[in-house]
Design a binder for this molecule. Sequence first.
Ligand SMILES: Cc1ncc(COP(=O)(O)O)c(C=O)c1O
Length: 391
Amino acid sequence: MAIDILQISKNALEAQKTNPNVINASIGMFFDEERKIGGMPSVSKALRELPDMSVMPYPAVDGGKEFKDNVIRWTFGKYEKQIREEMFVDACATPGGSGAIASTFSVYSKPNDYIFVSNIRWQYDRFADRAHLKIYEHNMFKDNGFDLDSFDASLNKLCDIQKQIIVIVNDPCHNPTGYTLSHYEFTRIIDILNKYEQNDIIFLYDVAYLEYTSEEDNRIKMLELLKLKEHVMTILAFSGSKTFGVYGLRLGAAIGLTKSKKHIDQFRPRFVNEARGSWSATPTISIELLNHFSKTDNYKLFSKDLNHIKDIVAKRSELFISQANQLGLKTYPFKSGFYVIVLTDKPMEVYEKLSEDGIFVVPMENGIRIALCSISLKEIDGLSKKIQAYL
Ligand SMILES: Cc1ncc(COP(=O)(O)O)c(C=O)c1O
């Protein structure tokens, strides 16, 4: 289903101009309870105050040493030291997490290859389409948890027909379901990747929503990556858009992690070449924004804003899920994050009827996606009932 989410959101914003009661639950951007973007004052202030030298010059194509060190430290948190001691790590700045995904496809696949993805997913198909890649799916859920058997069995079959495989896992706060893998499930995924030693596995670990999980330690699963064997090259896709709420700025990074010296030696030249030949360089202001918030005092301010936003998003999901449960609406297993899916076997019809009624959601394969990040508690209160009327 090729749906243009940005267009749906535009339509919603247009409709809101004449009818303030229109609800725009279509897009993965945080809006505060007053429908305003810029929920992190520390970020807005930093952007306004960055000096010319942090905005105007061309940056280093890979973001430069300071950025690379900072984004690696940011992503691995307190486990960075241990990870660096046991594995090779490198990074390249990209325009958003999207840039990390597109460049990984370009660097590690050739036309007509398959990529390995879950049957419920964000729009990786668009990146695949552009890179002339095909989709090989595994089933995502079984008994309210991740379907490890399908992941293993499907990967097994694909390993028989293709040597180098890009395997995508989007965790935590999976888009579009809001599911987060348990530690056990993540460990088992690592075990499964390790089994296919005859293959070259590119593990594209999409951590766009890393900051928004309700897990007590949102970096602890990173330590499991240390167990990956030499045939696995992990690329973490970091999204500054989601982390800092700066969606239009285009800040991201591809972080390479591996036990293989050969793989890490190839990482920088390949990603830099990819960048130079496509987007050229990531905006200097994006790179410098991450550098700014990597300084301890600035980080403290950001962290306060982030906790505030997380709190609001958690309250929104609690309200929505509790009302949906009361009415018996079915959702995929939800843990936390920006989105939830309400299941229906006629998503297109429900989407159309809801938009006629001034409620903009995104139709997906087996349901409609509600972006809880972008609607207020007031808008959520009673939303389940309105949706139920069209199911
Ligand atoms: C799962 C997932 N990965 C990656 C991205 C990429 O985001 P960006 O390119 O804005 O950093 C998104 C954005 O919606 C996403 O939902």
